[in-house]
Design a protein around this ligand. Structure first.
Ligand SMILES: Nc1nc2c(c(=O)[nH]1)N[C@H]1C(S)=C(S)[C@@H](COP(=O)(O)OP(=O)(O)OC[C@H]3O[C@@H](n4cnc5c(=O)[nH]c(N)nc54)[C@H](O)[C@@H]3O)O[C@H]1N2
Ligand SMILES: Nc1nc2c(c(=O)[nH]1)N[C@H]1C(S)=C(S)[C@@H](COP(=O)(O)OP(=O)(O)OC[C@H]3O[C@@H](n4cnc5c(=O)[nH]c(N)nc54)[C@H](O)[C@@H]3O)O[C@H]1N2
Ligand SMILES: [Mo]
Length: 774
C-alpha cells in the first residue's frame, strides 16, 4: 500500500529504503509534478532545524524589552520545554494584565504548511482567541488590493478563484487569450493547502493545439509557455491600466462595446464612460494617449482592441499587477474591459483573475468542503490591513483608513507568530528592522532558524508536515490525502497543537482550546464533519479508518467543467451577484462614497509612486520586478539543493536586458549591488532578452542576510528595496512590484553569504557558567 504526503507543491509518494529511511517520489497521477517538494528531505534543510526551545540571551537575563536592538545579533540560550512554556505563559499573562489583549499582535501571516489540522495560522489564532483575543490582520500579501476591491465589483476573491472557467472549456472555445502578466507555470506549482494534479502547463498546451492565439502583455516574456508562438507586447510595469483604458476607448469609439450586456449585467458604465471619452477631464484615453505611458505603439493597441472584439476572448491578469501602487485599478479595469467585450459568462470568454497564479484557477474538480479547524471568537476588535505591520509598530495610535472605515493602530507589546516569515514577506526590511524593536517580546514557533526566528526573543521548535499525521485537502484540487508521518520529530520539536495545548493549560484555557481532544481526536472529528457535509453534496467518502488505510481519495468522478458566471449572464435577476446592485459594478457608488482621491468610484489611471515614466529615474533608472521564486515557495526550502542550484556564487540571479547590462559593463555571473534610497542587496547577473529594457527581475525568497557592518543584504533579497506603502487608502495592500532601482558595477570583493549559518546557540548549562552579559 502506497503512503502519501501532501504539501503546497503537490502530493508525493513516500518511499522507504532497506534501512527504513524515507524519501519522496512524484505522485503517479500527477502529469506535471513539481520538483520543489521532492527536496523536503534534503540534508541542507535538516541542519537548519530549530532543535530545542531557545531564548535570546538579553531577554532571558533582563526580561521583556531588554536590548531590542540586539534582536538578530545575539546568541540564544537553549532551555527545556518546561522553562520555555513557563516563560511564554507568564509573559502572556503579564502583557494581558498590564496592557490588555489588544497589546498582542497575533496576525501571524504566512503560508505555514499543508494539512488541515496542523495549520499553524489556524492553531495560533484559535489559541489566542481562547486566552482573550489578539490584534488580527485583514487580507493577504498575495491579494491586498484585489481582496478588498472585488466584493464591491463582482464577488469576493475566494469565490471568484473557485469559479474560473475550466481549462477544457478554454481549449474548446477561446480564440484569443490576452494575458496581462502571463500565466506563469512556475507559480502554478503550488496551491494553498496542496496542489493535486498540476494542470496549467497541459491546459495551455491544449489551448495552443486547438488554435488559441496568445498575446502576453507586460515587462517579462518567459511567463507564458504554450508550446507554440506567443506574441509579446512589451509594456512598462504598472501601466496596464492605461493600456486597458485605451483598448476600452477603441471599443467605444468604434461601436464595438456590447451595450446590451453593459445595460443588462452591469451598473455605472455611463459614469466611467465620461472619464474614458475625456468628457470629464478633457483627456480622451486614446491609444495615442496610452503610447507614451505604456511604451506600446498606438497602432498595436487599436488593432488589438479590434481583434478582441472579433474573437472569443479571454482576458487574464496576474495577481502581481495588483501588488502595486493603485493596485485596485488594473483588476477593476480588466473586469470593465471584459464587460465591454460582453463575453462574461460565455464559454471561453470573459476574464480570469490569475490563471496560473496558483494551480487552483481553471480546475474542474468539485468544491469539497475541506476539514476546517474552528478558530473561535476574537474578543479584540483591533486589526490591521496585513501589510501595515511596520506602520502599526512605529506609530501606535496613528489613524489609518481601510475600505471606507477610519481606524487607529493599536499599541503592541507582544508579537506571537507561527507559520510565517515577515523578514521574507514584508517590504522595506530596513524599516521593519526598526519597527521590530518596538515590542517587548516576540515569540515564534518555527521549524527552521529563519531570519524571522533569529530576530525573535523566544523560539519554540515546531514539527514539519513530514513528522505529523494530518488530512490534506485543498479547494478544487480533487483529492483528500491521509498524510502519514515520514520521519520522527527533529530534536525536541513538537506539534504546534501540542505546544498551544500545554500553554492553554497553564493559562486556564485548556478546555476552550482542546475541547478535551488530542490530535487524533481532532482528525477524527474534522474528518467526520467533512464526510457529513460531502454526503450532502452527493460525494461519499470512506470512514476515517478506511481513509487511513487507502491513504488517498480521488474525487475525479465528480469533475464538472465550469463556465464562470454562466448562470448570472443567463439571468442576472435570478442569479444576482453579492454587490450592492447585484450587477457587475463598473462604477461603485459605495467606493465613490468613501471620497478617496487615490481610489475613486470607477477604474482610473493614476501614476504609480515609482515608475519608468515618473520622477526619480535619473538616479534609479530600472524598474524592479520581485516576482515569485521558480525553485521554492517564498522563503520555504531556500536551503534545499533545488533552490541553491538556481543561485550563482550563492546569490540570487538578477535578470537584466543585455543592453542594460552592457551599459554597466556587466557579464553573466558578475556580482552586483542593486540599490535605491531604501537599501542595497547583492545578486549575480543573468543577461536575458526575456525582460524588457529598463526592467530587472529578482525573485523573492532568498533568506535575508544583511551584512552587520555595512547593512548591505548579501543574498539577493529584493525586500530591502521595495517600498512599504499601501496601494491606496482603500485597500492598504502591499506594493512590492512598484520599485525603482539602480544596478551598480561588479562588486570587487564580495563578502561570503551567511544566510544559512545558524545563530550562536548556548546550551542552558553552559549559559550559567558564562554568567550574565555585561
Ligand atoms: N518583494 C516581494 N515580496 C513579497 C511578494 C512579492 O511578490 N514580492 N509576495 C508576497 C506574497 S504573495 C506572500 S503570500 C508572502 C509570503 O510570505 P510567507 O508566507 O511569510 O512566506 P513563507 O516563506 O512561506 O513562510 C512560512 C514560514 O512558516 C514556517 N512553517 C511552515 N509550516 C509550519 C508549521 O507547521 N508550523 C510552524 N510553526 N511554522 C511553519 C516555514 O518554515 C516558513 O518560515 O510574501 C510576500 N512578499
Ligand atoms: N514557485 C512558486 N509559485 C508560487 C509562489 C512561490 O513562492 N513560488 N507563491 C504563490 C503565491 S503566495 C502567490 S500570491 C502567487 C502570486 O502570483 P503572481 O502575483 O501572479 O506572481 P508573480 O510571479 O509575482 O508575477 C506574475 C507575473 O507578473 C509579471 N508582472 C509584474 N508586474 C507587472 C506589471 O506591472 N504588468 C504586467 N503586465 N506584468 C507584471 C511578472 O513579470 C510575473 O511574470 O504565486 C504563487 N505561486
Ligand atoms: Mo501570496
Amino acid at each position: 500500500m502506497t503512503a502519501y504526503t501532501a504539501s503546497h507543491w503537490g502530493i508525493y509518494e513516500v518511499e522507504r529504503d532497506a534501512a527504513g529511511r524515507a524519501s519522496l517520489r512524484a505522485f503517479a497521477e500527477d502529469p506535471d509534478p513539481s520538483p520543489i517538494g521532492l527536496h523536503q528531505t534534503d540534508e541542507s534543510l535538516a541542519r537548519l532545524r530549530v532543535l530545542r526551545p531557545a531564548v535570546r540571551r538579553s531577554w532571558l537575563e533582563h526580561g521583556p524589552g531588554a536590548a531590542p536592538e540586539l534582536r538578530g545579533r545575539e546568541p540564544f540560550v537553549e532551555v527545556s520545554w518546561e522553562t520555555a512554556l513557563d516563560l511564554v505563559s507568564a509573559e502572556l499573562l503579564r502583557v494581558r494584565e498590564a496592557h490588555g489583549n489588544a497589546a498582542i499582535f497575533g496576525g501571524s501571516y504566512g503560508w505555514s504548511s499543508a494539512g488541515r489540522f496542523h495549520h499553524a495560522q489556524s492553531q495560533v489564532h484559535r489559541f489566542l482567541n481562547a486566552v482573550g483575543g489578539y490584534v488580527r490582520h485583514m487580507d493577504s500579501y498575495s491579494l491586498g488590493a484585489g481582496r478588498a476591491l472585488m466584493p464591491h465589483v463582482v464577488a469576493p476573491m475566494d469565490e471568484l478563484m473557485g469559479m474560473h472557467s475550466s481549462w477544457s472549456v478554454l481549449a474548446e472555445h477561446t480564440q484569443l487569450f490576452v494575458a496581462f502578466g502571463g500565466v506563469p507555470a512556475k507559480n502554478a506549482q503550488i496551491s494553498a493547502g496542496g496542489a493535486g494534479r498540476h494542470r496549467v502547463r497541459d491546459g495551455l498546451r491544449r489551448m495552443a493545439e486547438r488554435g488559441t492565439r496568445f498575446v502576453n502583455i507586460g515587462p517579462v516574456a518567459d511567463n507564458l509557455e504554450t508550446g507554440s508562438a506567443v506574441e509579446w507586447i512589451q509594456a512598462r510595469p504598472n501601466t496596464d491600466t492605461a493600456l486597458m483604458l485605451a483598448l476600452a476607448w477603441v471599443l467605444r469609439e468604434e461601436g464595438l462595446a456590447d451595450r446590451a450586456f453593459l445595460a443588462r449585467c452591469c451598473t455605472g458604465y455611463e459614469r466611467f464612460e465620461r472619464c474614458l471619452s475625456g468628457a470629464e477631464d478633457g483627456t480622451p484615453k486614446t491609444p495615442a494617449w496610452a503610447e507614451p505611458i505604456t511604451g506600446v505603439p498606438a497602432a498595436r493597441i487599436a488593432a488589438l482592441a479590434r481583434e478582441m472584439a472579433a474573437s472569443r476572448t479571454m482576458l487574464n491578469i496576474a495577481w502581481s499587477l495588483q501588488r502595486a501602487s493603485h493596485g485596485e485599478q488594473p483588476f477593476w479595469m480588466l473586469v470593465t474591459l471584459a464587460a465591454m467585450l460582453g463575453q462574461i459568462g460565455l464559454p471561453g470568454g470573459g476574464f480570469g483573475l490569475g490563471y496560473g497564479a496558483t494551480n487552483l484557477m481553471g480546475s474542474a474538480h468539485a468544491r469539497l468542503p475541506g476539514p476546517t479547524l474552528q478558530q473561535g471568537r476574537n474578543a479584540v476588535r483591533d486589526f490591521i490591513p496585513v501589510a501595515r505591520i511596520a506602520d502599526m509598530l512605529l506609530n501606535p495610535g496613528a489613524p489609518f483608513t481601510y475600505v471606507g472605515g477610519h481606524y487607529a493602530y493599536p499599541d503592541i507589546r507582544l508579537i506571537y507568530w507561527a507559520g510565517g516569515n515577515p523578514f521574507h514577506h514584508h517590504q522595506d526590511l530596513n524599516r521593519l528592522e526598526r519597527a521590530w524593536r518596538k515590542p517587548e517580546t516576540i515569540i515564534f514557533h518555527e521549524q527552521y532558524w529563519t531570519p524571522a526566528a533569529r530576530r525573535a526573543d523566544i523560539v519554540l521548535p515546531a514539527t514539519t508536515t513530514l513528522e505529523r499525521t494530518d488530512i490534506g485537502s485543498s479547494t478544487r484540487e480533487g483529492y483528500l490525502v491521509a498524510m502519514r508521518p515520514v520521519a520522527s520529530p527533529a530534536g525536541e520539536a513538537r506539534d504546534d497543537y501540542d505546544i498551544f495545548a500545554d500553554l492553554a493549560a497553564r493559562l486556564g484555557a485548556a478546555e476552550a482550546y482542546t475541547e478535551g481532544l488530542d490530535s487524533e481526536g481532532w482528525l477524527r472529528r474534522l474528518y467526520a464533519e467533512t464526510r457529513q457535509k460531502s454526503a450532502g453534496m452527493g460525494i461519499d467518502l470512506p470512514e476515517y479508518d478506511a481513509f487511513q488505510e487507502t491513504g488517498l481519495v480521488s474525487l475525479a468522478a465528480h469533475d464538472r467543467p465550469n463556465v464562470m458566471l454562466e448562470a448570472f449572464r443567463a439571468d442576472p435577476g435570478a442569479h444576482a451577484l453579492g454587490t450592492p446592485s447585484g450587477r457587475i459594478e463598473i462604477t461603485s457608488e459605495r467606493i465613490a462614497g468613501f471620497g478617496l482621491p487615490d481610489c475613486p468610484g470607477y477604474p482610473v489611471w493614476r501614476e504609480p509612486l515609482e515608475w519608468l515614466g515618473g520622477a526619480g529615474t535619473d538616479r534609479h533608472p530600472l524598474h524592479l520586478i520581485s516576482d515569485q521564486p521558480v525553485r521554492r515557495l517564498h522563503s520555504q526550502l531556500d536551503a534545499s539543493g533545488y533552490s541553491t542550484a538556481g543561485k550563482r556564487h550563492g546569490r540570487e540571479l538578477i535578470h537584466i536586458h543585455p543592453e542594460d547590462a552592457d551599459e554597466r559593463g556587466l557579464a553573466d555571473g558578475d556580482i552586483v549591488e542593486v540599490f535605491n534610497d531604501r537599501g542595497r542587496c547583492q545578486a549575480a547577473v543573468c543577461r536575458t532578452g526575456q525582460v524588457m529594457r529598463g526592467v530587472v527581475r529578482l525573485n523573492t525568497g532568498a533568506w535575508y542576510d544583511p551584512d552587520p557592518v555595512t547593512g548591505v543584504e548579501k543574498h539577493g533579497n529584493p525586500n530591502v528595496l521595495t517600498p512599504d506603502i499601501g496601494a491606496s487608502g482603500f485597500s492598504q495592500g502591499c506594493i512590492a512590484q512598484t520599485c525603482l532601482v539602480q544596478v551598480g558595477g561588479p562588486v570587487a570583493d564580495p563578502p561570503p553569504v551567511t544566510a544559512f549559518a545558524l545563530p550562536e546557540l548556548i546550551p542552558q548549562g553552559q549559559w550559567k557558567a558564562r554568567g550574565p552579559r555585561p
